[in-house]
Write a protein that binds this ligand. Structure first.
Ligand SMILES: Nc1nc2c(ncn2[C@@H]2O[C@H](COP(=O)(O)OP(=O)(O)O)[C@@H](O)[C@H]2O)c(=O)[nH]1
Ligand SMILES: [Mg+2]
Length: 263
């Protein structure tokens, strides 16, 4: 017999002896105690499994929205592929995907894929937004910083709608107002855009609450009554950042995503 098989035989014998001892030991324990132990073991494993499941179903969805033309699609591809796919993007391509951020794709260790949904801001499609909100870990609201002034009213109305959605308020979904296209020198700064939006929303608040006296379906009122509206008054966190989807300067967006979708 070779040394190896001898060693194996030895091991086998020892294992057999041990299993005998374990069985003997178990037979000595009164059955009720044994059952109780099994029950405890089963309970803890199910609890652990449930805990794991709960952790995994924790939202990793980021909703990308804003008026059409603000640069959502370009931003989506920049986040996923690290390039803007200029000229190759058609409206037929999927605007929803789960992926590891391009900037993190070379990172070792634990990187959690995120689910990004590009939800068009066209009023006809707005009900679509409602579908995504319950699972949203964060909203990236894209604003065209180049063509801002002519769109200010429409942008504010859409943002107002989002900020007063009951899901957004109740779940305190954080919103990043992403002032896009800042690669162009004529783009407005985030401070300017924030101030204009606050002013415009302040106006909307007055006109909309006048309507809602009769129509109680309005979800929530914004800000502090009697005070000029500021995003800091919102229940959920509202931040403003500058980015350029076209040139790939999107680190504030990636930071926002990482902050709210934990690995
Ligand atoms: N200069 C500049 N143009 C951009 C930027 N992002 C998008 N665009 C342009 O804006 C237009 C609309 O972009 P798109 O992503 O289709 O907007 P969407 O309608 O919000 O999906 C396209 O012509 C883009 O080339 C940017 O960061 N800088
Ligand atoms: Mg698009």
């Amino acid at each position: 017999m070779s040394k190896l098989t001898e060693g194996m035989e030895q091991w086998k014998k020892e294992i057999e002896q041990w299993s005998h001892r374990v069985i003997e030991f178990l037979q000595q324990i009164p059955p009720p105690q044994l059952y109780a132990a099994c029950a405890v073991l089963l309970l803890t494993t199910t609890l652990l499994l449930l805990f794991q499941l709960f952790k995994r179903t924790k939202s990793n969805t980021i909703v990308l929205t804003g008026l059409s033309g603000s640069g959502k699609t370009v931003l989506f591809y920049q986040l996923r592929d690290g390039s803007s796919h200029q000229g190759t993007v058609t409206s037929m391509e999927p605007n929803e995907d789960t992926f590891v951020l391009h900037s993190e794709s070379t990172k070792k260790g634990k990187v959690k894929p995120i689910h990004v949904a590009d939800v068009p801001g066209h009023s006809r499609l707005r009900p679509k937004l409602e579908e995504f909100l319950p699972q949203a870990a964060g909203i990236v609201f894209v604003v065209d910083a180049l063509d801002f002034l002519s769109n200010c009213r429409a942008v504010s109305e859409y943002l107002y709608d989002i900020l007063t959605k009951s899901t957004v308020v109740k779940k305190k979904i954080p919103v990043l107002i992403c002032c896009n296209k800042t690669d162009k020198v004529t783009a407005h700064t985030k401070e300017f855009i924030r101030k204009q939006l606050e002013k415009e929303i302040d106006k909307l608040r007055t006109s909309r609450s006048a309507i809602s006296e009769a129509d109680v379906t309005n979800d929530f009122t914004l800000g502090v009554p009697g005070e000029a509206f500021a995003f800091s008054q919102c229940y959920n966190k509202v931040t403003v950042a500058e980015a350029s989807g076209l040139t790939g300067e999107i680190s504030p967006v990636e930071q926002f995503i990482r902050e709210h979708v934990k690995p």
